[in-house]
Design a protein around this ligand. Structure first.
Ligand code: ES4
Ligand code: ZN
Length: 319
């Protein structure tokens, strides 16, 4: 039995496996610039975040209908459940779909067809987090939040993702204020490729409750001390860090030192179809490469529920 855990850092578009990508391409009459699944997998060698994002956005072309988003989410939820995930807080990137003429309602209602019955069908509770693309304008983020207003009963929070360097959190101050006023929870990617200052800014300017990645926080001892003191959870993604070359090898990952420092770390999968594994695979990988004890792994699983947006009673039922 895999350890029960919550997944707090998962891009639903990053769960698009090559098999499903080709099946959806055929169903929708979309042609992909890869001969077959093996040729596509060959493209999964990334030099950095941007080289991954290029492929991630390219493959989204196959996602067109509500049914596509439903199938994508159901495939993820089944895989996650098999690896012990009991609760998943799922990011989606509406701007990447709106830009292709796929409407907000198609994305949210399609995902909801799977998420709305996930507890019954997969034994996994869910939340949906709308991410703004930080390499798009602040105005575009505002328009995206406006487009989401009819669907706010289905959306728990907002996040910030895509190319980090050169797009500091402060760019999104106003849209995060508007999101907070709507009662939305707030998270943001920071300190993945960007500097520790972006982590500070995400906390101080955007008012986020969790930091997605936050890996480069370790470069700033004062920041580490603050994150420990304020118990700010970090949603780490070890296999992602290796594939995007943020760390050289898994054995070099600072996770053990971060736990030693008292940081509230969680282990997540980010874009599992691209980075070589789902939540349980990430747990297995850090256990093997970093020699984490069973107690440490249980701490990580416990942190995942504590750092989730579940209410106390739901949280106890989930773990
Ligand atoms: C992402 Cl690994 C990562 N970083 C930033 N933005 C993203 N969107 C999807 N995966
Ligand atoms: Zn991410």
């Amino acid at each position: 039995m895999p350890l029960p855990k919550a997944e707090l850092h998962l891009h639903i578009e990053g769960t698009l496996e090559p098999e499903l990508a080709f099946a959806l391409a055929a169903r929708n009459g979309v042609s992909l610039p890869y001969a077959d699944e093996d040729a596509l997998r060959e493209a999964y060698r990334f030099a950095d975040l941007q080289s991954f994002l290029n492929l991630y956005y390219e493959l989204m072309a196959v996602l067109r209908t509500e049914r596509d988003f439903e199938d994508l989410a159901n495939a993820y939820l089944a895989r996650a459940a098999a690896q012990g995930v009991r609760h998943a807080e799922i990011f989606f990137d509406p701007q990447a779909h709106l830009a292709r003429g796929v409407e907000m309602g198609t994305v949210v209602e399609g995902l909801w067809r799977a998420l709305g019955s996930s507890r019954e069908n997969h034994g996994v509770s869910t939340r949906l987090i709308l991410c703004f693309l930080r390499d798009e304008s602040a105005e575009s983020a505002r328009e995206t939040l406006d487009a989401a207003k009819p669907y706010l009963d289905r959306i728990t929070g907002v996040g910030l993702d895509s190319a980090e360097v050169g797009h500091p959190p402060v760019k999104f101050r106003e849209v995060y204020e508007a999101a907070a006023a709507l009662g939305l929870r707030r998270v943001a990617h920071a300190g993945e490729e960007g500097p520790p200052e972006y982590v500070v800014e995400a906390l101080d300017v955007l008012g986020v409750e969790r930091i997605d990645h936050g890996l480069r926080s370790v470069e700033d001892p004062a920041l580490v001390e603050r994150l420990v003191r304020e118990r700010v959870p970090l949603t780490l993604c070890p296999l992602s860090n290796v594939r995007l070359r943020t760390v050289d090898t898994l054995a070099d990952h600072p996770l053990p030192a971060m736990l030693d420092a008292g940081l509230v770390c969680t282990v997540n999968s980010d874009d599992p179809a691209y980075f070589g594994g789902y939540a349980g695979d990430n747990f297995d990988a850090v256990r093997q490469a970093l020699g984490l004890t069973e107690e440490r792994l249980r701490d990580l699983a416990r942190n995942s529920f504590l750092a989730s947006f579940l209410e106390d009673d739901e949280e106890l039922r989930a773990r």
